[in-house]
Design a protein around this ligand. Structure first.
Ligand code: ADP
Ligand code: MG
Length: 313
């Protein structure tokens, strides 16, 4: 039987833990640890595709661009997204390559700079919500809004920031090339940060300042690849109902219908577990294949069915 494919989304903790500084050394070390776990999944006999978030990385690149704007032109957010894919891809290629080589395997790992098409009519564009980049005073903010046409909002008493929309990804532009790479035995790193958001205009693609949820984009990628599994690795071993309450209950193997019910009851927080559960649901609905939500260190055991939350048809 040919090997099964698994698309794995790495959470923010795979690069930076809470309280850590985002130095190169710290992030590289975290990625190294993540790659050792991912290697175990490959050893268990799966073809692996790796995606990740990029929130802290793209945020840092944007701040660096803004701080240096007087000496070097500030790049738009979508370009900062592209840069973040480069650095994350570099860390992963190198770390995964090192793990493969020390196991005596050929290091066939490559990063695909990935674009995600969003709909320019997406409702999110009318209501940008995600704060990005530096803080401005109210007076500065008014000037930026007037001169650059950006939308800014006051962020929790800390100052004014640019807000960008978070539209839904519609298609992963490079998915066919990614499929070819997987089929030839390459470990592919792609769709980091959910992909670079682009819109289609007169048959051409162009970048648009927005952020894409990495869980939804990973689900879309896994669906377009007809992957056998979607696996979302984060910093908790399961999705729970009544999370952080005395009657908290961990979810193990659970049907799509029950998960849809629990989702509508509001058990999964927007912006954290919510998009993971939605991503899992959509993958199972569209492919009939299982989706797993668990923590990085439990990936192999979750695939074997002994832990994690597994949503099945
Ligand atoms: P990632 O960087 O992996 O995307 P997030 O912080 O976005 O991680 O999401 C994981 C977090 O979701 C967990 O650390 C947990 O605090 C939170 N969370 C919210 N609701 C739930 C729930 N119902 N079950 C489990 N975790 C939950
Ligand atoms: Mg998240």
């Amino acid at each position: 039987m040919s090997q099964q494919t698994i698309v794995i989304a790495l959470g923010g903790n795979a690069m930076q833990q809470p309280g850590q500084k985002g130095t190169h050394e710290i992030q590289l070390e975290n990625v190294r640890i993540a790659c050792e776990e991912i290697y175990k999944v490959r050893k268990a006999g799966y073809r692996v595709v790796l995606t990740s978030g990029n929130g802290p990385q793209v945020g840092a690149i944007k701040l660096q661009n803004q701080a240096a704007a007087g000496v070097s032109p500030e790049m738009p957010l979508f370009c900062c997204g592209a840069m973040s894919q480069g650095i994350i891809g570099y860390w992963m290629q190198q770390s995964m390559g090192n793990v493969l080589r020390s196991a005596g395997e050929e290091a066939k790992v490559v990063t695909v700079v990935t674009q995600s098409i969003v709909d320019s009519n997406d409702k999110a564009f009318a209501n940008p919500t995600k704060p990005v980049g530096r803080f401005y005073t109210e007076a500065e903010a008014k000037e930026v809004m007037e001169k650059e046409g950006k939308i800014m909002k006051e962020d929790a008493g800390r100052g004014w920031r640019v807000v960008v929309p978070s539209p839904r990804p519609q298609t992963i532009v490079e998915y066919k090339v990614i499929k070819q790479l997987i089929d030839s035995g390459v470990i592919v790193v792609c769709t980091n940060g959910g992909g670079i958001p682009v819109i289609e205009k007169n048959g051409k693609l162009e970048g648009v300042d927005s952020v894409i949820d990495k869980d939804l984009a990973t689900s879309l990628l896994a669906t377009q690849l007809s992957s056998d599994y979607l696996m979302i690795l984060t910093d908790v071993p399961n999705a729970y109902i009544n999370y952080k309450q005395p009657n908290q209950e961990k979810l193990e193997t659970i049907t799509l219908e029950r998960m849809l019910d629990l989702e509508s009851q509001g058990h999964f927080k927007a912006g954290s577990m919510g998009p993971k559960v939605r991503a899992a649901i959509e993958f199972v609905q569209k492919t009939g294949n299982p989706a797993i939500i668990t923590s990085l260190d439990k990936a192999v055991d979750a695939l074997a069915g002994v832990c994690g939350t597994r949503i099945v048809k």
